[in-house]
Design a protein around this ligand. Structure first.
Ligand code: GDP
Ligand code: MG
Length: 289
């Protein structure tokens, strides 16, 4: 991570436009605020990536929020090549001022140079792939795929560095760490998996209880009360009850037949990360700004 950060600092000196990828499901928690200092004086574009997994109305709120602060922001599913045009237009918009400045200085033919940055797993390689139209940047979690610097021509005015700048995730509060773990952006062994799933269920219960019930075929939690009574466990919270039910309904059981809550927690987390649990945004704009 230290080396990635050093490379990033070196690369960013060559750059006119920083394309900052953040998670649409956590537009605050998935930002590393160091990017503000690193990209001082450069053109900026914020991409709320994986927008297909986030609550669209919350995404819109965040886009307006950025725009009120004078930052161009665009929600995106970067896997979909149909979105290239939207992104191209946003890039051009973000570059307008810089191009004008260059023209005033008499610089006419030098293209602007752009770079994609963001925390691990936010979709940097996917975005570069989609933009370049071919598999020139590998996706997945294998670091160090590209050697040397290559530029991808995006249009007459902009070219893109084919290696992204990797920012370490930054979390000074437990809430932010927890949300990054829910998204799978940081290792979930930092927080006990069952605790993490329970926190996620609590959020679903506050914001979209029905989505959770629908996914696991739950009518009411009283079903769980009967089940846990059978097991002689008492006085459980709602989210605990829900996890017992997930274990029962999904057949996450230990050899002796009792519920495997650790496995059930894993199922819930996987369902959330992949979007099967429905689109929920973790951050609220009032909450952490
Ligand atoms: N649903 C969804 N998945 C995405 C999107 N962008 C990337 N991914 C997935 O997120 C994972 C990490 O993407 P990758 O590009 O390797 O992230 P990187 O570490 O930032 O380079 C991969 O499984 C991608 O398919 C998106 O917009 N929507
Ligand atoms: Mg990558």
């Amino acid at each position: 991570m230290m080396k990635a950060m050093r490379t990033m600092r070196e690369d960013i000196r060559l750059i006119d436009l920083v394309i900052e990828l953040i998670e649409a499901r956590a537009p605050i928690s998935s930002r590393n605020p160091d990017i503000d200092t690193l990209s001082a004086g450069k053109a900026r574009l914020v991409v709320l990536n994986k927008a297909d997994l986030a609550d669209p109305s919350v995404t819109e709120e965040f886009v307006s929020c950025f725009s009120e602060q004078g930052t161009i922001a665009v929600p995106l599913d970067s896997r979909d090549s149909k979105n290239v045009r939207i992104l191209q237009q946003s890039i051009e918009k973000a570059c307008e001022k810089k191009l004008l400045q260059n023209r005033k200085k008499g610089i006419l033919n030098r293209p602007l140079r752009a770079m994609v940055t963001g925390i691990p797993n936010v979709g940097k390689s996917t975005l570069i792939n989609t933009l370049s139209g071919k598999a020139s940047a590998k996706t997945g979690n294998k670091p160090g795929v590209t050697k040397g610097k290559q530029w991808i021509r995006l249009n007459k005015q902009v070219e893109l560095l084919d290696t992204p700048g990797i920012m370490p995730p930054k979390f000074e509060s437990q809430i932010v760490g927890e949300r990054l773990a829910m998204l799978g952006s940081i290792n979930d062994d930092i927080i006990e998996k069952r605790e993490l799933a329970l926190s996620l269920i609590r959020l679903y219960f506050e914001r979209d209880r029905q989505a959770f019930f629908d996914r696991y075929g739950i009518e009411t939690l009283s079903e769980a009360e009967a089940y846990t009574k059978e097991l002689n466990v008492e006085k459980l919270s709602e989210e605990d009850l829900a996890l017992f039910l997930v274990a029962k309904k999904r057949g996450a059981l230990k050899k002796a037949g009792e519920p495997d809550l650790y496995r059930a927690a894993g199922l819930v987390l996987e369902d959330y990360r992949s979007g099967r649990l429905g689109r929920m945004t973790l951050d609220k704009k009032e909450e952490l700004l």
